[in-house]
Ligand binder design. Sequence first.
Ligand code: FES
Length: 200
Amino acid sequence: MSVRRYGPVQPKTFAFTAENLAWCDKLIARYPEGRQASAVIPMLWKAQEQDGWISEACVRWISEHLGMPYIRVYEIVTFYTMFHMAPVGRTHVQVCGTTPCMLRGAGDLIAVCKSRMGNVAKQVTEDGQFSWEEVECLGACVNAPLVQIFSDTYEDLDTNSFNALLDAFARGESPKPGPQIARTFSAPEGGPLTLTEVES
Ligand code: FES
């Protein structure tokens, strides 16, 4: 598991846009009095959508807004790798490095990341396009190995398909998420292998 801590350069303040603040207040109003803390994860996600990452000032602002101890929000941000604690590239690649993915070639994907984006994880390339990091299980082990980019996973990768995927992002395209081989979700490659006979 990689170390989770704030990036070295932090803004002094955080603010939602008026539109996002209205979205947060509407969300908070859904919860019964005293349960406003339930809004914490969607609010963090909205903050990340807005700024691209979660700053220390953001964690402080959200904890104060929800009446939560700062440490409770900090714990959430450090636990879930979907939250970025420092600025990331426009295409931030999270490679699953847990055992099933490792057994299926995650090491090759990490080698591609290092060759295209630099040896050191969480460093943004000079053009601002890419950054990468290794994370723990992304919950789609049956389609190992895979990466997560933004909210989507790209599965059943090998070095060729992964390079093609990164090329597509570099061209500004939006590649189709899911398996990058000929199968639907986690169904067998090429189509069903069982229950193939249809009774009349
Ligand atoms: S081990 Fe990689 S998704 Fe679960």
